[in-house]
Write a protein that binds this ligand. Structure first.
Ligand code: G3H
Ligand code: 13P
Ligand code: ZN
Length: 287
C-alpha cells in the first residue's frame, strides 16, 4: 500500500532526519527516484506540479506514479503528493483522481486570504483522509528575479504568524521561507537559522524546505538539526536527466536510435542524483 505522506513526515520529525520530496515528470524520472530509495532503504515522497499535470495529464501521471510506487510499496514507504497547488479547484481534481496528499500554496495571497482558503482546502481534504501542506512567507522563484538581488525580508516566514496559520488552518505540514529559493544559484547567503529555530519551537507540524536542490552538506544537515523534516528537490533531478542526455548527444560516439538506451542512461543519472540527496538528508535505512 502507498504510505501516507503525513506518516512519512511525522516519522522523520520524530527520528531527527529529513526525507526528500522529489518532483517527477515522466516514467524514467519516477523510476530513477523510486529505485534510488529502494537501494538505500529510504522512505520517499514523489510529487508533481500543476505544470506537470498539464504536460502529462492528471490521470496518466498519477497512475504511472502509483503503479511504480505500488511495485515497491511492500519494501519502502512511498508517498504521492501534489506540489504547489494554487487553487481549491486543482485540489478537488487531484483528490478525486486519488492523490492522498496535497500542498495548497496560498503564499502569494495576503495572510487572511491564505488562512481562509488553506482552511477550506484542509476541511475538504481531511474529510477524505488527505493530508495538506500549507505555505507561509514565500519561497521565491529566482527565475522571476533574473539574477537581481532579492529583498529577503519580504519573503520570510514570521514565527508568530506561522503558529497562528497552523492553528487557524489545521494543516499537517508547513513550508517555510528562511532564505531558501526555488532554482539554483541565488539563495540568501546565510539562511535565517534563528527564525527557523523559533518556528520549530512554537509550531508542532513537520516543516518543509522548498527549493533545496542546492542545499549541500553543511547547510542541509544544519537545517535538519534546526527542525526541517523534508526537502523539496526538483532542479537537481532535472539537471541530472538533461545533462545525461546532453552528454550522450555531444559525445563523439553515435548514440543510435534506441530511446531505451538513451533514456535508460538519463534514468540512471536521476537515480544517482537522488541517492546523493537521500544520503545527505539521512533518510537511508529508515524504513
Ligand atoms: O517548486 C516548484 C517546482 O520546481 C515545480 O516546477 O512548475 O516547472 O513543474 P514546475
Ligand atoms: P528546487 O527546484 O530548487 O529543487 O525546488 C523544488 C521545490 O521546491 C519543489 O516544490
Ligand atoms: Zn517548491
Amino acid at each position: 500500500m502507498i504510505t501516507s505522506v503525513k506518516e512519512i513526515l511525522i516519522k522523520a520529525k520524530e527520528g531527527g532526519y529529513a526525507v526528500g520530496a522529489f518532483n517527477t515528470v515522466n516514467l524514467e524520472t519516477t523510476q530513477g527516484i523510486v529505485r534510488a530509495a529502494k537501494e538505500l532503504h529510504s522512505p520517499i515522497i514523489i510529487q508533481v506540479s500543476e505544470k506537470t499535470l498539464e504536460y502529462a495529464g492528471l490521470r496518466g501521471i498519477f497512475n504511472l506514479i502509483k503503479n511504480e510506487a505500488e511495485f515497491y510499496a511492500s519494501e519502502i514507504p512511498i508517498g504521492i503528493h501534489l506540489d504547489h497547488g494554487h487553487s481549491f479547484e486543482i485540489v478537488q481534481r487531484v483528490v478525486t483522481a486519488g492523490f492522498t496528499s496535497v500542498m495548497y500554496d496560498g503564499s502569494r495571497k495576503n495572510f487572511s486570504d491564505n488562512i481562509e482558503i488553506t482552511k477550506k482546502v484542509v476541511d475538504f481534504c481531511h474529510e477524505r483522509g488527505v493530508s495538506v501542506q500549507g505555505e507561509l512567507g514565500n519561497v521565491p522563484y529566482l527565475s522571476e528575479h533574473k539574477m537581481m538581488d532579492v529583498d529577503w525580508d519580504k519573503y520570510m516566514t514570521d514565527p508568530l504568524e506561522a503558529k497562528q496559520f497552523v492553528d487557524g488552518t489545521g494543516i499537517d505540514a508547513l513550508a517555510v521561507a528562511v532564505g531558501n529559493a526555488h532554482g539554483f544559484f541565488r539563495e540568501r547567503e546565510i539562511p535565517d537559522w534563528d527564525r527557523l529555530e523559533k518556528i520549530r519551537e512554537i509550531v508542532d507540524v513537520p516543516l518543509i524546505m522548498h527549493g533545496a536542490s542546492d542545499w549541500e552538506d553543511g547547510k542541509a544537515s544544519e537545517a535538519v538539526k534546526k527542525g526541517i523534516s523534508c526537502f523539496n528537490i526538483d532542479t537537481n533531478t532535472r539537471m541530472a536527466f538533461v545533462n545525461a542526455l546532453s552528454n550522450i548527444f555531444h559525445n563523439d560516439k553515435d548514440p543510435g536510435f534506441d530511446m531505451r538506451d538513451i533514456l535508460g542512461q538519463a534514468r540512471e543519472a536521476v537515480k544517482d542524483s537522488v541517492k546523493k540527496k537521500i544520503l545527505l538528508f539521512g533518510s537511508n535505512d529508515k524504513i
